[in-house]
Every structure is written in structure tokens, then in C-alpha cells.
Design a protein around this ligand. Structure first.
Ligand code: AMP
Ligand code: MG
Length: 414
């Protein structure tokens, strides 16, 4: 018998997040900060643009100049300011992004100009400030540009570059050790004997860690043998913030992962009222030999169970460690394209595809939903979240769908 009470899913998620702390701060190169979370407010050191800049290719002029023909006194390219000024009756040829010469207050676009013999005439008037980007138009000196908690995307990387924040402070990404357990598990590519199974969990979990913003660390495959498992736990906990094992958490005689987790950490739950993924274990390790708290997740061996448990219970923890305020995927309401019959005694996450047509989402489950059938997740873009008590659903009924192909949204409770 599993000695642990069946913890309701929401309670299990709360326990995970309660025991999860944001990691420390490190400085990284701005162009390597994609997806990271900023740990400090960053302000503009100076104005942007830092000088009055032309917004067009054309002629720098004085806006209310009355002369019909202006004499072209020189060229100002984007780059260093030429020793030029604009006085009444004169113009300077100018390119986009070039500093406006002293005296000028507007730029006439090239397409409104007619040049002849070193002079220029315009067929349209300009007002003071036309086609000129004033100092600080984009941002003024001291302005808060990127607040603490900002997630760094391409635009943020561009802002870091223009503000010269070369090494922005960001939260560290969690290092996640991933171990497969079981006497029957073999490395893909190696010879396989009857009764053996190729290791898929380590690779599905490590790629999920990457997608969640963590750094995966492979701990290999360990047989159901106490000293080998203990050694793997020691090595993993020394190096990683999070230790994830799969297999060995159900009721069999060889299910030793649970025993090792109990030996190393404090177990917060050992069974979750969810389907798939019921035998999921969560523990924390606070030991003086480790610089900070470690988390252990003992995921079930069945490939779908381990991946769905990762999605629902591990991923939010990794996001929290990396400094994100947005921990969860967006959900949408969708209409079922077929009936569902089920027991309804646990919250269930069925794998599905949702598609948008006629102004609504439509959800179709991906075939047989057994927890060993990894094919039920291939091509799935959603998990149907079916609450306890719902046993029967018909075509057209509305269900809540977790978009596992989408980015996170804010959760007001976190
Ligand atoms: P367990 O939780 O160890 O009893 O494993 C449950 C089922 O999942 C068994 O059929 C295992 O063979 C299978 N399994 C366990 N670990 C893996 C793995 N790393 N890759 C693929 N299948 C696995
Ligand atoms: Mg096993």
C-alpha cells in the first residue's frame, strides 16, 4: 500500500509553490538573456535619441525661410556632425538618423524637393519640428525602461543594447537533474533484450525542462538497486536545484525511488488525486551540505503520467524559481466534438487537440488515454481539465482546456 494520503490536486500544487523559492541573481550578457527575468529596475542613463536626429532623407532647413531657392551648403550623413550650420537662405542635405545641424529646425523630404545647380526648391512647406526626432523622443534620461520582473524578449534585448546595459542582472535558471530508474530500462540506441524498454522519460522530461526555461542535467539510468540509486541522488542533489526521477514510486517491491526520496528529503505529498500521475512524490531537502534548498519530484514511470505530472506540478515550480510572475499556461473554453465517459473520482487531464472554427474552440481527444500511451501526447496542443464529479460529457459540452502550446499568463493569486 502507498502510505501517503491522496492529496487533492490544487493542494498539491499549492504545496509545491509554497516550498519553491526564487533563485539568486546573476549577471549575463544582454544578448544571451532571452527568456530570462530581470531582477532590477533598469533606467535610461541618457536620452534616446541622444541628439536631434533627422527622421527622413532630405534637406535640413529653417521652417519659415521665405527664400524660394535655398543654397545647399553641404552634406550631413548619419554619423559624426559635420562643421555645418543652417542660416536663412541655406539648406544642408541630410540623411535619416543624421544629427540636425545648428540653426535648422525641420527637414524637407527629398521627394518634395527639386535641385538645380547647387540650389534647392520645395513644393511643400514644413513647420518647425517636422521630420525631426527631438532629443529624448523615445526615452528621457532616468526614465524607467525595464522594470524588475520584465521577461526579456527580442525588444527588451534591443533596449538593453541601446541603453548600454551590457550585463543585466537576471534570476538564475534552475539546474534540473533528471534520472530514469528501473531494471528494464535501456538507453536508446543500445541493444535491447526481451522484457526491456527504451528510456523515453529522461528525454521527454529534459526537453520539457528546456522549454520551461531550466537547465537539464542527465543522471542516466539506474537499476532498482538501493546503493546505486542513493549515489545518483547524492550526485544530483549536490549539483542541481531540482532532482527529478521517474519510475519506482508505485507499490511494487522494486519501487525504491520513494524510499530514497524519504531518506534524502521531507515528503510533502506522495499521491495526488489526479489522472494520470497519481503516484507523484514531492519532497524538499534542507541540508547544510547543500548551499540552498533542493526540490525532489518523484514522477511515475508511465511516460504520459510523468509528462503530465511534470506539466502540472513541476513546470510552475521551475518558472517560479526563474523569477517569473506568470507561472501557468492560458486556458480557454472549448466545445467537445465527441462524448466522454469516465469515472470522475480524480481530476483528469486528457490529451487533446483544439482548433478554432466558427468563432469557437473545438476540442478532440487524441485517442486512447492510457498513461503509457505516449502517442496520446504527440501532436496534442491541449489538456482537457475534467473536474472531479463530472462523469459524462456530450458533444457540444463546454470544457476547460489548458493550452500546452502557449506561453504563460498571469495568475492573480500568485
Ligand atoms: P514504474 O513506475 O517504475 O513501476 O514504471 C511504470 C511503467 O513505466 C513500467 O511499464 C515501466 O517500464 C515504464 N517506465 C518506467 N520508466 C520508464 C522510462 N524511463 N521510459 C519509458 N518507460 C518507462
Ligand atoms: Mg520501475
Amino acid at each position: 500500500m502507498n502510505p501517503y494520503p491522496l492529496t487533492p490536486f490544487e493542494e498539491a500544487l499549492d504545496l509545491v509553490l509554497q516550498h519553491t523559492q526564487r533563485l539568486d541573481v546573476e549577471e549575463v550578457l544582454f544578448h544571451e538573456a532571452l527568456g530570462r527575468v530581470l531582477a532590477e529596475d533598469l533606467c535610461a542613463a541618457g536620452p534616446m535619441p541622444p541628439f536631434r536626429a533627422s527622421a527622413m532623407d532630405g534637406f535640413a532647413v529653417i521652417a519659415d525661410d521665405q527664400a524660394e531657392w535655398l543654397e545647399i551648403v553641404g552634406d550631413q550623413w548619419a554619423g559624426p556632425a559635420a562643421a555645418l550650420a543652417v542660416s536663412p537662405g541655406h539648406a544642408v542635405r541630410i540623411t535619416t538618423g543624421a544629427p540636425l545641424p545648428p540653426g535648422a529646425n525641420a527637414v524637407v523630404p527629398i521627394e518634395n524637393s527639386h535641385e538645380h545647380d547647387g540650389r534647392v526648391r520645395f513644393d511643400r512647406n514644413v513647420k518647425s519640428g517636422d521630420n525631426v526626432r527631438p532629443v529624448g523622443e523615445d526615452m528621457v534620461a532616468g526614465q524607467l525602461v525595464l522594470p524588475t520582473g520584465a521577461v526579456i524578449g527580442p525588444a527588451e534585448i534591443g533596449l538593453l543594447a541601446s541603453m548600454n546595459h551590457i550585463r543585466p542582472p537576471v534570476y538564475r535558471r534552475p539546474i534540473v537533474a533528471v534520472l530514469s530508474t528501473g531494471n528494464e530500462i535501456v538507453e536508446p540506441g543500445a541493444p535491447i533484450a526481451p522484457g526491456q524498454i527504451r528510456d523515453s522519460n529522461r528525454y521527454t522530461i529534459m526537453s520539457s525542462v528546456v522549454q520551461a526555461g531550466g537547465i537539464p542535467m542527465s543522471m542516466g539510468i539506474v537499476p532498482d538497486e538501493e546503493s546505486a540509486l542513493c549515489d545518483a541522488f547524492r550526485r544530483g542533489l549536490q549539483q542541481a536545484d531540482v532532482f527529478i526521477s521517474s519510475g519506482g514510486v508505485s507499490m511494487g517491491e522494486h519501487d525504491l525511488s520513494r524510499v530514497l526520496i524519504e531518506a534524502w528529503g521531507t515528503v510533502h505529498f506522495g499521491q495526488v488525486k489526479q489522472k494520470p500521475g497519481r503516484p507523484t512524490v514531492f519532497a524538499t531537502v534542507d541540508r547544510h551540505e547543500f548551499p540552498r534548498r533542493r526540490l525532489i519530484f518523484g514522477l511515475p514511470g508511465f511516460p504520459v503520467a510523468s509528462l503530465v505530472s511534470f506539466e502540472n506540478l513541476v513546470r510552475p515550480a521551475l518558472r517560479k524559481m526563474a523569477g517569473h510572475a506568470r507561472l501557468f499556461r492560458p486556458t480557454v473554453e472549448a466545445r467537445l466534438t465527441h462524448p466522454i465517459r469516465r469515472k470522475g473520482n480524480r481530476v483528469e487531464f486528457q490529451r487533446a487537440r483544439v482548433e478554432w472554427h466558427n468563432g469557437e474552440w473545438h476540442a478532440t481527444v487524441t485517442g486512447l488515454q492510457t498513461s503509457g500511451r505516449l502517442l496520446s501526447l504527440a501532436g496534442a496542443n491541449a489538456l482537457l481539465r475534467l473536474p472531479i464529479g463530472i462523469k459524462q460529457l456530450e458533444v457540444g459540452d463546454t470544457v476547460i482546456v489548458i493550452r500546452i502550446d502557449q506561453q504563460e499568463i498571469a495568475d492573480p493569486d500568485i
